[in-house]
Design a protein. Structure first.
Length: 281
């Protein structure tokens, strides 16, 4: 993702996010980019402020603003991992998930108006201040200037999901691994892993969390699994495990998708087949 005529001759840095949509907050939108090529450009050894735009956004978590009058896009902030060049060399980009903006009323931290999460193929999931993503090498000792790094066991594809009603919890699905569940501690201002799903799942596309009108005890985690089809769990863990909810057996599903909902049914796709599970009639 290089600016024409800029000082960098690099390229790449595509936006794919495993099918996850961009995150929107008012007139700001957030996205991640994949691995690039052609050298580090303006990112070398010195820390850089994420509020000052650069010509190439590879391996980046970025935010742009939309002018409500003219519709003009303006880069407003970014974060790039300190080791992005090493990630480029092994095709381990952070563009495999999009950005998740967490509910500001449930996920509270002093001095941080809103939290954002994004991760990638390596499994590092960055917890960031949505108003100050972290720039480049702004952490202690030239490391990453983010709030916390949590771990998805085998990479994050399609983004994190959250359940602010109880917990509050965040869910990280990985391919060929359990869903890992993290709980937010407002007092300590960080996440702690508290549970995982039983067995491995083959999901590449993230999870969807639903509830019945936001009532406690009704939260459900839905995943489209490559091998098992549609899978669901109760959102609140019990003794360190997610409890699976029995569902009718469905066909193995297509990757890079999340279940969608309507008409009291949940929908997923297997090849050219649309599958609906729910009330008949």
């Amino acid at each position: 993702m290089a600016a024409p005529g800029g000082p960098d001759t690099g390229g790449g840095g595509a936006i794919w996010q495993s099918g996850q949509a961009m995150a929107i907050d008012g007139n700001r939108f957030y996205f991640t980019t994949g691995n690039g090529f052609g050298g580090p450009g303006e990112l070398t050894t010195q820390p850089r402020n994420g509020k000052i735009p650069i010509s190439t956004l590879q391996q980046a978590i970025a935010s742009f603003r939309v002018d409500p009058t003219t519709g003009r896009l303006t880069p407003s902030d970014y974060f790039v991992p300190h080791d992005f060049e090493a990630l480029n060399r092994i095709d381990s980009d952070i563009g495999s998930s999009g950005v998740t903006l967490l509910d500001r009323n449930a996920f509270k931290k002093n001095g941080v108006p809103r939290l954002a999460l994004a991760g990638g193929k390596r499994g590092n999931v960055f917890v960031m201040n949505a108003d100050n993503l972290g720039g480049f090498k702004n952490g202690p000792g030239g490391q990453d200037g983010v709030l916390q790094v949590i771990k998805a066991p085998k990479g994050l594809y399609g983004g994190a999901s959250s359940y602010p009603v109880e917990g509050p919890y965040v869910y990280l699905p990985s391919p060929k691994a359990p869903i890992t569940v993290f709980k937010w501690d407002s007092g300590a201002g960080n996440f702690t892993q508290v549970a995982e799903s039983p067995g491995e799942l083959g999901g590449r596309g993230g999870a969807v969390i639903t509830s019945l009108d936001g009532k406690p005890g009704t939260g459900v985690v839905w995943v489209s699994d490559l091998n098992r089809g549609l899978v669901a769990f109760k959102a609140v863990p019990v003794n360190g495990k997610l409890v699976e909810i029995p569902l009718p057996k469905t066909l193995p599903v297509t990757k890079y998708q999340r279940p969608t909902f309507g008409n009291a049914r949940v929908y997923t796709v297997s090849g050219n087949t649309l599958i609906a599970v729910g009330r008949p009639g």
